[in-house]
Design a protein around this ligand. Sequence first.
Ligand code: ADP
Length: 494
Amino acid sequence: MDVARIDALRARPVAPGSHIIDGAPRPASDGAVMDVVSPIDGQVLTTVPRGTADDAAAAVAAARAAFHDGRWSDLPPAARKAVLLRWADLIEANALELAVLGVRDNGTEIAMAMKAEPMSAAAAIRFYAEAIDKLYGEIAPTGPGNLGLVHREPVGVVGAIVPWNFPLMIGAWKLGPALAAGNTVVLKPAETASLTLLRIAELALEAGMPPGVLNVVTGEGAVVGAAIAESMDVDVLVFTGSGATGRRLLEASARSNLKRVYLELGGKSPNVVFADAPDLDEAAKVSAYGIFRNSGQVCVAGSRLLVERSIHDAFVEKLAAVARQMKVGDPLDPATGAGAVNSERQLAQNLQFVEEARAAGRRIALGGGRILEETGGYYMAPTIVAGVAPDDRLAREEVFGPVLAVIPFDTEEEATALANATDYGLAAAVWTADLSRAHRMVRRIKAGIVHVNTYGGSDLTVPLGGVKQSGNGHDKSLHAFDKYLDLKTAWFKL
Ligand code: ADP
């Protein structure tokens, strides 16, 4: 990575942001702004509009008008594809700028941010762009007197509310299929990660996306997000974030127009290591990365380590050794393995979990506290808590920080029961050389993805979605289109 260029970019002042509504930059209706605080040093980076309910309504109206007149939805799929491919190219051409801007905003280490943010956003937009002129409708197998056609039509106006951990990647997982399918979108970034999404909305216009097709409104979840959720004119609401907000969105849908709501709500994902894992050093390394990269702020993070008792102490020590080697600190240093925690509030929440565990007598095997406080930034040491009881809050609730809860087990049966002893069901992993056991565990663990002899890998070709209280609906893969396309039957009497 070009360190000199990164240093030049990090020193660049960041102009105050604006909403993008109907293809133009707009301030909040009352002119209010909110500070963007960089988690790198706790300093104010710039401001973005503190959006109002009126701003959200203006964006929804722009999206509705754009959908209604067909400026996007009536384009031949290949024409939408051409715009989206140009957009992906522009995102890629500006990848380092976007990555550095995003890191200054949200604190993710640059090595990960570069790959996971602009590069994977561009890849996701391309994937759906490439797919859209290859999706066919259906002819139903009716009798000779009838013809049944099944059309797939864009649903209309999509509201997308996204989080701060990977704003571009998660944003693109939603924008890619929603826009390729011909919908228009109102996007609401998280309070602490708006800047890159505003920037890619500008790039979309540059790529030739008509005004009003992609609108971005910044501001508080409880104001802008709630207004989108309550809108009578949003047809589909897609969301990644906390369970508490997810519940509010379902209520808002019920109170308003019964818009479809698709939720991705995080997890408390079990990473199950058997003594017969093919390579325990590899398992320790990948498991450490699986919880500590991006300071644990990853929805699929392997935050519950279940280890067979016979290898428990040795494995925890191996994992701790990997974590000790990980450089924690300045997220704009390409050698950094874990950057800053996104906000002061998140850091306080992480530390609270550790304090509770300490008070309950659990063993802090590594880390446990804030570090680098002198920088003014929000950094936390990779933390391993051993001897966690299955009923502890740390074993059940998502921390969304670099805190690993370790629980020993004796049998496969017990490991399965512990793995499933959670309200969540997003991700999991099983490390074993026993193929039959691996398949049994894949079947028995309730989760949207079960990794075998790895943690955290996947690509765009496979769906990501949760079961139980991790949510519904899937991002990624062709299945993601289902959220953004209605089925319509045409029935002919011949
Ligand atoms: P976290 O606690 O990790 O920040 P949230 O669920 O609060 O998770 O945030 C995820 C996204 O949801 C953000 O864009 C945030 O602004 C938005 N949000 C928060 N509260 C609400 C709400 N009441 N209604 C709609 N959106 C909300």
